[in-house]
Design a protein around this ligand. Structure first.
Ligand code: NAD
Length: 267
C-alpha cells in the first residue's frame, strides 16, 4: 500500500507475537512507527520484535495479559519509557472458542469475554489515560480495535465469540464519543476482519466440522468464500494495511467507525 506515513509514531500492538498482530506490527513498522509488541507469548513475541528490528525497524517486546489492569499499566509505562511516547494502540489480542449454543460452557464464554471485551476495554482505559493532554504521553493518538466479521453476520457455531466481537464494536463507538467530548485527542475505530486461514481461522473451520455444521473443512471454507463477493479468504496483509490506514493521518477525520475488511462478506 504505502502513502500512510507513521514516522515518529509509537505503537503498542496487543497479541502481536503471531498471526494478524505480528503482521500489523510489521506493517506499522514499515510505515515508520516504532512498535512494542505486548503478548502472553514471550518467546514468540521477542522473536517477532527481533525480526522487525533486523529489517531496520524499531521494535520491542513487553509481557502483557490484556485481562489484567496492572499488566496494562506496566506495559503502557514500558512502551512510553522504551519508545519515548505512546500514540497508537492496536487492540488486537483475541480468542475464539466455537460452540453450539446448546453446549455453551460458562468457563469458555467467560474466557472470551475476559480477553475480547475486558481486554479491549482496559486497553482503551490505559491508552486514554496515557495519551490525553494531561497523560504521561500526552500527544493524543489513535486506537484501532480488532473486531470481526462475526460481529456483522450470523454464522453458526460462534455465538459467544460473535457477542464479544459485537461488544468491541460498541466499545469503539462509545470510546470515540467520550474521547471527543472530553478532548482527549484520540481517534478510536475498529476493523471487522474476514476469515484468515491462519491458526485461529483454520481451527474455526475445523470446529465447524467437529460441531456437525459442515461435513468437511473444505465445504465450510468453500461456503465462506461463496458468501464473499471478492471470492477469497482474507490475508494478514489485508488487515494490516487497514490498520495502518486507520492509525495514520490519512484517517484524521475518521473516528467511531467500524471498517469491514472482509471482501464484502459482512453486512
Ligand atoms: N484469524 C481470523 O480469521 C480472524 C478473523 C476475524 C477476526 N480475528 C481477530 O483478529 C485478532 C487476531 O487473531 P489471530 O488470527 O492473529 O489469532 P492468533 O490466535 O494467531 O493470535 C492471537 C494473539 O493474541 C494473544 N493473546 C491471547 N490472549 C491474550 C491475553 N490475555 N493477553 C495478551 N495477548 C493475548 C495470543 O497469545 C496470540 O499471540 C483476534 O482479535 C481475532 O479475534 C481473526
Amino acid at each position: 500500500m504505502g502513502g500512510f506515513d507513521l514516522t515518529g509514531r509509537k505503537a503498542l500492538v496487543t497479541g502481536g507475537a503471531r498471526g494478524l498482530g505480528a503482521g500489523m506490527a510489521e506493517a506499522l513498522s514499515r510505515a515508520g512507527a516504532a512498535v512494542m509488541i505486548g503478548d502472553l507469548l514471550e518467546e514468540q513475541g521477542r522473536r517477532t520484535a527481533e525480526s522487525i528490528a533486523s529489517s531496520g525497524g524499531r521494535a520491542g517486546f513487553v509481557p502483557l495479559d490484556v485481562t489484567d489492569d496492572d499488566s496494562w499499566a506496566a506495559a503502557v509505562a514500558a512502551t512510553i519509557s522504551e519508545l519515548g511516547g505512546f500514540d497508537l494502540l492496536i487492540n488486537n489480542a483475541g480468542v475464539e472458542i466455537s460452540s453450539l449454543i446448546v453446549d455453551l460452557e460458562p468457563k469458555q464464554l467467560r474466557t472470551m469475554l475476559d480477553v475480547n471485551v475486558l481486554g479491549v476495554g482496559l486497553g482503551l482505559k490505559h491508552a486514554f489515560r496515557a495519551m490525553r493532554p494531561d497523560g504521561p504521553a500526552g500527544a493524543g493518538g489513535a486506537v484501532v480495535n480488532v473486531s470481526s466479521v462475526a460481529a456483522t453476520i450470523a454464522f453458526p457455531g460462534i455465538a459467544g465469540y460473535s457477542a464479544t466481537k459485537s461488544a468491541v464494536d460498541r466499545l469503539t463507538r462509545v470510546a470515540a464519543a467520550e474521547s471527543g467530548k472530553l478532548g482527549y485527542g484520540v481517534r478510536v475505530n475498529c476493523i471487522y476482519p474476514g476469515l484468515v486461514a491462519n491458526e485461529m481461522g483454520t481451527q474455526l473451520a475445523q470446529d465447524m466440522v467437529t460441531l456437525g455444521l459442515w461435513p468437511t473443512v473444505e465445504s465450510a471454507v468453500g461456503d465462506v468464500i461463496g458468501l464473499t463477493p471478492l471470492g477469497r479468504l482474507g490475508e494478514t496483509a489485508d488487515m494490516a494495511d487497514a490498520v495502518v490506514f486507520l492509525a495514520s493521518d490519512a484517517a484524521r477525520f475518521v473516528t467511531g467507525v467500524g471498517l469491514p475488511v472482509d471482501g464484502g462478506m459482512g453486512t
